[in-house]
Design a protein around this ligand. Sequence first.
Ligand code: NAD
Length: 506
Amino acid sequence: MPPSAAKKSPRVPARSGRPAPELIFGDLWTFDPAPETADPKLKPRYDLFIDGRFVAPKSGRYFDSINPANEQKLAEIALAGREDVDAAYAAAQRAFDTTWSRMPGRERAKYLFRIARLLQDRAREFAVAETLDGGKPIKESRDFDVPMTAAHFFYHAGWADKLEYVAPGRRVAPLGVVGQVIPWNFPLLMLAWKLAPALALGNTVVLKPAETTSITCLKFAEILQEAGLPPGVVNFVSGAGDTGAAVVTHPTPAKIAFTGSTEVGKLILRALAGTEKKLTLELGGKAANIVFDDAPLDQAVEGIVNGIFFNQGHVCCAGSRLLVHEPVADAVLAKLKQRIRVLRVGDPMDKNTDIGAINSQAQLRKIEELVASGEKEGAEMFQPACRLPAKGYYFRPTLFSGVTMSHRIAREEIFGPVLSILTFRTVEEAVEKANNTAFGLSAGVWTDKGSRILKLSTELKAGVVWANTYNKFDPTSPFGGYKESGFGREGGRQGLLEYARLGRAD
Ligand code: NAD
C-alpha cells in the first residue's frame, strides 16, 4: 500500500506492565483490515464420529473449544471416555474384517480421491474453521494447511492400487486397526499424515484430535460421510490426555501412531513396552538453521523468518536456533531486526496477518516463561513494537542474540515465535553445536557450496535437512526424527511402510 493510502497509528502502549519495546518504522503504518469472510459453517456442538455416525458421548460430557484470537467460545466438543473408545475400536475392527481390508486397492483409491476432491470443494470453509479454532493466519490455512491436506490424500490415493511397489519383492498387507493421536499445531494436516497412508494400505482407524483443535477433525467427518466411506473405517474420538491414553493403551490396535510432545511420547513408549504393537512417534524438535558467510543473506533471512515465525513458531521442525557464521553475524542480525519490524501480528482472520494467535493460554504462558528465562540468563532480547490485540493470546516475534548452549532457550523447545541466535567459526563447530541437543528432527543449511551442503546433510543428526530453503513439505518426502524427536517416518514410500505388514511374495 502506498504511504499516502496508509493511516498513521498512535504510539504503541506497553502491554501488561512490561516496558514498551523499541518503536520502529513497521508499526508507524496501519492498513485497512482485510478479513476473510467465508462461512466456516460451524455447529454449536460436535459429537463423536463412530461407525459412520455422529454420536453423543456415553457420559454426556462436552468441553468448550475457544477461539484463541479473541477468547470466545466457538463450539462444544464431545468428551470421549473409555466406553466410547471401546465402541470406536469395535467399529474399526468390524470395518477392517468385513469391508476395508478386503476391498481391492483400486476401490480404496476411489474413496481417497473423493475425500481429497471434497475437501478442495470446501477449501475456504475449512481454512476459516482451521484459523478460528487454532489461531494460525488465514493465509497459512488457505495456502498451506488445506491444500497440503488434500495433496496427502491425492498422493496416497495414487499408491492404493500400486501397493506391490511399496516393498518390491515382498507381499504387502495392512496391519489391522490403528490408533492415532495428533497435536494442535496442524490439526488437518496431521490428520492427513495419519489417515491417508493407513487407509491406502487397508487399515482402519481410531483417531483422537488435540483438545484445543478438534473442530476441523470433526468437520472432516462430514467429508468422510459425503464420500460414502464405509462405516467404521475412520472413527474420531475427541477429548484430552485421558482419552488419548485410552486410545493408545487399548488392546485392539495393532499399531499406535502418535504426534506430540516428547514428554507424552515417552509415556506412550513406556505404556507399550512389552506389547506386540507397532509404534511410531513424531515428537518435538530444536532445529538449527546454519548460515555460512557465503550464503545469499537476504534469501537466508527470508528462510530464517519463515522457519521460526511461520505458524507462530508452532512447528515441530521450526528453525528455533540460528547458528550464524561469525563474519556475517552482525549483518544477519541487523537484517533480521529490520525484517521482523514489518511482520504483521494480529487477527488471524486478516489476509495480511503474518503472525496470528498463540494456540492457547497455556502455550502462551509456556512461551512467556521461557522468554523470561532467556532474559534472566543474560541473552539480549529484541522485539518489534507491534501493537497486540487487547483480547486473545498473542506474542511478539522475538530475537535473542548472545545465546550460549547453556541457556534454556538454546536447549528447550519453546514452540513459539522466538529465535535464539548463536555464532560459530568453523564448519566443525557448527555441526557440533547443531547436534548438541536432545532432539533431531530437522536442520537448515545456507551456503553457496554444494560440497558443504552434502557434508552437513550427512553429519547433522536430523531427519530432514533443508538446503538454502526451509519448511518445505511434500507428500512424497518422508518426515521424521532422530533421538528424542521420535522414530518412524510419515510421507513417501517410507511412511506407507509404517502401516504395512510385509510377507514373502508367493
Ligand atoms: P502433547 O503431547 O501435549 O499432546 C499431543 C496429543 O497427545 C494431544 O492430542 C493430547 O491430548 C494427547 N495426549 C496428552 N496426554 C496423553 C497421554 N498420556 N496419552 C496419549 N495421548 C495424550 O503435544 P501438543 O502440545 O499438543 O503438541 C505440541 C508438540 O507436538 C510439540 O512438542 C511438537 O514439537 C510436537 N509435534 C511434532 C511433530 C512431528 O512431526 N515430529 C509434528 C507436530 C507437533
